[in-house]
Design a protein around this ligand. Structure first.
Ligand code: ATP
Ligand code: MG
Length: 422
């Protein structure tokens, strides 16, 4: 067939979907443990939400959005991230009239037109969390603590948590000028993207992935040396809070994050193992995002955690991920006359909560056994003429090859009582 999946997308097939279900289950449980509620938002939004929220001069908005006009002539964009949609919902549905601060978690797909490579795709998936309507650094601690706990639960404990403060509208302008002054003599050597950033948003140059630019910014003035008293106090409070709950971090003054809406706290969980796409989780505080998109002036803090990168990291660190699902039982009927009684047994097993299957192509008994082998069924339950006449079934252990005739009514209990074969 000549039609292929679009570049940068993946099919998550049986055999790998189990690993996804595993991390999704742990994320849901951990977020609930921390008092977060799930929120689900639309896959597309009006384009304006992202251009105003994320910032016109960011890579995401400038070069990466999947934007289209619908038949009604409205400009829509597939969400490139989750935060903007969550705060849009928060403001539109006046969730601030309920419990505040509010804590939300999500699990969603994102879309960005990227140069695809390992760990960088055009459709990818994120877990996220947001604490909305608290100015206190307890909120920042809470989201970082959640991410850290979750990462440890899925067996990823070797990521380094790097934190920084990127200041606020009070202290950032002076820093921006200092950074421009430092970079002015090197301007001609900057990459074309960073030449553009120089005027509009020089902080982003610190985040450039080009090795030449990374060299050029060495020795640049640092935002943490320019923080106003409030930002300084908040950064100290965050560090103290993290220490109080035993979350290890290092201060990395070069972290600036790729979206414009961040203020004060910026953080990343970074892997040394998966190369240039090493940031598994990134987030920060966004005190003016809601005002920016035309809502109330309500602060927030949150993160996005890339599921593909997390799975790469778990695999790279030799972690255990579940593979193909084990099957418990498959019904085998000897010939067509036993089809109906076999279906009855199948129904009884399923009612009893036993994972039971049947070869739905109604092939010969031999082919049914082969099918059981290929699906990895632990037991076959054979129903033939004798079995029907005596109210029994033959239970075949597919691992040991042993088989025994048992009362049909005991089948479920018998299967439940057998230890599963790892
Ligand atoms: P990067 O600097 O690697 O481009 P980013 O700063 O653009 O990342 P965020 O917008 O903060 O990333 O998204 C949060 C997380 O989502 C990232 O840390 C990463 O794990 C994941 N992520 C971002 N873009 C992609 C992508 N194109 N493919 C896969 N995962 C991604
Ligand atoms: Mg990016």
């Amino acid at each position: 067939m000549s039609i292929r999946a679009p570049k940068g997308t993946s099919d998550i097939l049986p055999g790998s979907v189990e690993a996804w279900q595993y991390i999704e289950g742990i994320y849901r449980e951990t977020a609930a443990l921390f008092g977060f509620d799930e929120i689900r938002i639309p896959t597309f939004e009006y384009t304006e939400l992202f251009s105003r929220g994320i910032g016109d001069s960011t890579d995401v908005v400038e070069k990466q959005m999947y934007t289209f006009e619908d038949f009604g002539g409205r400009s829509l964009t597939l969400r490139p991230e989750g935060t903007a949609g969550v705060v849009r919902a928060y403001l539109e549905k006046k969730l601030y009239a309920g419990v505040i601060p509010s804590k939300y978690w999500y699990d969603l797909s994102c879309f960005r037109y990227e140069n695809t490579q390992a760990g960088r795709y055009r459709e990818f998936h994120q877990f996220g969390a947001e604490v909305i309507a608290s100015h206190d650094m307890l909120a920042d601690m809470e989201v970082i603590w959640l991410a850290d706990t979750f990462l440890r639960k899925v067996g990823v404990s070797q990521l380094s948590l790097r934190i920084n403060s990127i200041g606020c509208p009070k202290c950032r302008p002076a820093y921006r000028e200092a950074l421009r002054a430092f970079l002015a003599p090197k301007y001609d050597e900057l990459c074309d993207t960073c030449k553009g950033r120089y005027d509009r948003n020089p902080l982003r140059i610190l985040d450039c992935k080009s090795p030449i630019d990374q060299e050029l910014v060495k020795g640049a003035p640092l935002m943490i040396d320019y923080l106003c008293d409030e930002c300084k106090d908040d950064f100290a409070a965050l560090k103290a809070n993290l220490a109080d709950v035993g979350v290890a971090y290092e201060v990395d003054p070069m972290i600036v994050r790729g979206l414009d809406y961040y203020t004060k706290t910026a953080f990343e969980f970074v892997s040394e193992r998966i190369g240039a796409q090493g940031t598994v989780c990134g987030g920060g505080r966004y005190d003016h995002l809601m005002l920016e998109i035309g809502g109330e002036d309500i602060p927030g803090v949150g993160y996005g955690l890339g599921k593909e990168r997390l799975l790469l990291e778990i695999a790279a660190s030799g972690g255990d991920l579940p593979g193909t699902r084990e099957r418990t039982a498959q019904l085998v009927f000897v010939d067509a006359a036993q089809k109906a009684p076999a279906l009855k047994v199948l129904s009884e097993l399923r009612e009893a909560g036993i994972e039971a299957d049947i070869d739905t192509s109604a092939r010969s008994m031999k082919a049914q056994f082969k099918h059981a082998d290929r699906t990895g069924a632990r037991f076959c339950i054979v129903v033939g003429g004798d079995e029907v006449a005596t109210g029994t079934v033959t239970l075949k252990d597919m691992v040991s090859g042993e088989q025994q005739r048992i009362d049909r009514k005991d089948a479920a209990a018998k299967i439940k009582g057998c230890p599963s074969e790892g």
